[in-house]
Design a protein around this ligand. Structure first.
Ligand SMILES: Cc1cc2nc3c(=O)[nH]c(=O)nc-3n(C[C@H](O)[C@H](O)[C@H](O)COP(=O)(O)OP(=O)(O)OC[C@H]3O[C@@H](n4cnc5c(N)ncnc54)[C@H](O)[C@@H]3O)c2cc1C
Length: 515
C-alpha cells in the first residue's frame, strides 16, 4: 500500500476513489479521445412562451449571479444537478473584494462578517535561494462556502428566485427568442455555470485539448507547529519531474491548509494527481517542519484547472452565456475562480440586466459580457515561464531565479506594484516598471526565457502587452464619453457600456489602491 493510499484511506468517504476518478477525467483531457457532447442544438421556430428571464445551470458560483439578478427583479431560476451546498474548505480572497456582496444587496454587513471564517496576516512570497517578500491583507480572508451559499440561497428564494435541485442539465435547444432546457424550462438567457467540465463548454470548445493545466493537491490538517502567517507562493525545490513545485499555506478554521500546485502542458506523460499527492506527502514535512505522523488530516484537497488561450470563452450560440469557471475568465496563474467571480460580479450583473432590457441575445452581443482582457491574456506568458515543456531541458534553478529576480524588483517598486499582481490584477504601468527593472538588473536571466517560452509565444505576448497599453489609455479617456454615451439609443448604450467595462477590466482599472 502506498503512503497516499494509507493516508487517504483513513479519511471518511472514498477520497482515494475521488482522486482516481479526477485522474481518469484528467487523463481523458490529456488525450484527444474525449467524446464531444452534443447538448446544444438550434431550432428556427420561435418558442410559444418564454417563462424565465434567466436560467442559471450550476449552483456553486451560479447562485452568486442568480441571486444578484433576482434581487434586481428579474425572473430567475437555478437548476443544480445535486443539492446546492458549499464545500467545507474555505475560499481565500481579499477583504475589499467582498464589499460587492453588500453593494448588490446579496448579504447584510452582518452576514458578510459571519461568512468570514478566518483571517490571517502577513503572507509570504519566497523562492529557493532567493528573495523573501512579506505582504499584508492579500488573499488573507477565508470565506466559509457552506454559510455563504446557504445564505445566498435563502436570499434568492426570498426575492422570488426558483431553485430546482437534483435537476441535472441535459440539453438546450436554442430558438430565435429563447432557449428550451431539458425539454421542460424556457428562458430568454441561459447562464452556464457548470464549471470547467460543463458539457456546454466542452461542446463549444469542440473537445480541444487544454493549452495548459494547473494541478493542485493538499490538505487541511491539525498538529502543525503554531504559525499564524501564510504563504501565497513559495518554492523550496529545484525543477523535479519536469515541474516547478509551488506551495501555499495558511491558517484555516479546521487547522492549517497547505497546497502543492504546479503548471504544465497537457501532455499525456505528465504527472497524475495521485503522483503529485505522493510528492506532496514526501515534501510536506520539510516544508512545514513537521512529521506526517504528528498531523491529523481533516480533509484532502485536489483538483486540476485546464486553461485555454482562447479565453474567456465565446460560445457560438445566441442566448447562452458562460459564467464562473466554465467561462475561462479566471487567471491562468491562480486557481482563484471564486475571487474572479466576485471581482466581476457587479459588471456581470449590470451587464446581463442591460442585455435583457435591450434584448441583446446574439452570440456577439453576449460575448461582450465576457470580453477579451489583455490584463488576463498577458498572464499566459507568466504561466509559461513558470513551467517547462515535457521534454525541454532548462537549468533546474532557472524558474526560481527568474521569479526571485522579478519579485525582488516588485518589492522595491512597493505595494502599489506588488499587491495588485498578487491579487491577479495586471496593470500596464506596474508591469512595465517591473519588466524594465528586471531586464536591466538581470539581463542574462531574462535572455534565458526566450528559448524557454519560445519566440512565437513571446511575439504573441507582445501584442497583448501592446493592447494592455491601448486599453489603459482608452479607459483613462472613457469618462469623456459618458455624457455622449448617455444620449445614445439604449441598444447602442449596451455596446458602449460593455466596451468601457472591457477597457476597465482589461487594463486592471478595476483595482483601487485600497483593495
Ligand atoms: C483545491 C482547490 C482550492 C481552491 N481554492 C480557492 C480559493 O482559495 N479561492 C478562490 O477564489 N478559488 C479557489 N478555488 C477555485 C474555486 O473553487 C472554483 O473556481 C469554483 O468552485 C468554480 O465554481 P463554478 O461554479 O464555476 O464551478 P464548479 O465548482 O465546478 O461547480 C459547478 C456547479 O455546477 C453543478 N453542475 C455540474 N454539472 C451540472 C449539470 N449537468 N446540471 C446542473 N448542474 C451541474 C455542480 O454540481 C456545481 O454546483 C479552489 C479550487 C480547488 C480545487
Amino acid at each position: 500500500m502506498s503512503l497516499t493510499e494509507e493516508i487517504l484511506s483513513q479519511l471518511p468517504g472514498d477520497v482515494l476513489g475521488g482522486l482516481r476518478q479526477s485522474d481518469r477525467i484528467l487523463a481523458s483531457l490529456r488525450t484527444d479521445e474525449t467524446p464531444v457532447p452534443t447538448v446544444v442544438t438550434e431550432n428556427p421556430q420561435p418558442l410559444a412562451v418564454v417563462d424565465w428571464d434567466v436560467i442559471v445551470c450550476g449552483g456553486t458560483l451560479g447562485i452568486l449571479i442568480a441571486c444578484a439578478l433576482a434581487v434586481r427583479g428579474l425572473r430567475v431560476a437555478l437548476i443544480e444537478k445535486g443539492i446546492l451546498r458549499g464545500r467545507e474548505q474555505e475560499w481565500n480572497i481579499s477583504r475589499k473584494e467582498l464589499e460587492v456582496f453588500v453593494e448588490l444587496e446579496l448579504l447584510t454587513e452582518k452576514e458578510l462578517q459571519n461568512a468570514i471564517a478566518t483571517q490571517y496576516n502577513p503572507a509570504r512570497v519566497s523562492f529557493q535561494g532567493g528573495v523573501e517578500v512579506w505582504v499584508e491583507d492579500v488573499l488573507n480572508i477565508g470565506i466559509d462556502p457552506v454559510y455563504l451559499l446557504a445564505t445566498l440561497k435563502t436570499r434568492f428564494l426570498a426575492v422570488g428566485g426558483k431553485l430546482f435541485e437534483n435537476t441535472p442539465f441535459s440539453e438546450a435547444v436554442v430558438h430565435p427568442n429563447g432557449v428550451m432546457l431539458n425539454n421542460q424550462f424556457t428562458t430568454k438567457l441561459l447562464i452556464d455555470a457548470m464549471g470547467h467540465l460543463s458539457p456546454i463548454t466542452r461542446q463549444a470548445r469542440q473537445g480541444k485539448k487544454p493549452d495548459a493545466l494547473c494541478l493542485v493537491v493538499g490538505s487541511c490538517a491539525q498538529g502543525f507547529p503554531e504559525n499564524s502567517t501564510g504563504d501565497l507562493l513559495l518554492s523550496f525545490t529545484s525543477l523535479q519531474n519536469q515541474c516547478q513545485y509551488f506551495w501555499e499555506a495558511f491558517p484555516a478554521r479546521d487547522g492549517r491548509t497547505t497546497y502543492l500546485f504546479t503548471y504544465m502542458d497537457a501532455h499525456p506523460q505528465r504527472l497524475t494527481l495521485e503522483a503529485l499527492f505522493a510528492e506532496y506527502l514526501r515534501l510536506l514535512p520539510e516544508y512545514q517542519n513537521v512529521e506526517l505522523n504528528q498531523l491529523q488530516l481533516q480533509r484532502a484537497l485536489f483538483g486540476f484547472f485546464p486553461t485555454y488561450r482562447q479565453s474567456p470563452l465565446k460560445t457560438p450560440w445566441n442566448h447562452i452565456l458562460p459564467v464562473g469557471d466554465s467561462s475561462g475568465n479566471q487567471s491562468p496563474l491562480s486557481f482563484g475562480g471564486f475571487g474572479a467571480m466576485v471581482r466581476h460580479l457587479r459588471r456581470l450583473t449590470l451587464g446581463i440586466e442591460e442585455a435583457l432590457q435591450t434584448e441583446q441575445f446574439s452570440a456577439n452581443s453576449l460575448a461582450l459580457l465576457q470580453p477579451y482582457q489583455p490584463s488576463l491574456t498577458v498572464t499566459w506568458l507568466f504561466q509559461k515561464a513558470m513551467s517547462v515543456g515535457v521534454h525541454q531541458k532548462i537549468d533546474p534553478e532557472q524558474i526560481n531565479q527568474l521569479l526571485s529576480a522579478v519579485f525582488q524588483e516588485m518589492q522595491q517598486l512597493g505595494t502599489p506594484v506588488l499587491k495588485p499582481f498578487l491579487q491577479d490584477i495586471v496593470q500596464f504601468s506596474a508591469l512595465t516598471q517591473t519588466l524594465l527593472r528586471t531586464g536591466l538588473s538581470h539581463p542574462a536571466l531574462v535572455a534565458k526565457i526566450i528559448p524557454q517560452v519560445g519566440l512565437a509565444s513571446l511575439l504573441d505576448w507582445m501584442v497583448h502587452y501592446g493592447n494592455l497599453s491601448v486599453y489603459t489609455a482608452l479607459f483613462s479617456l472613457s469618462p469623456m464619453l459618458e455624457t455622449w454615451v448617455n444620449h445614445q439609443p439604449r441598444e447602442k448604450q449596451y455596446y458602449w457600456h460593455r466596451l468601457v467595462d472591457a477597457w476597465k477590466y482589461g487594463s486592471g482599472g478595476d483595482y483601487s489602491q485600497d483593495n
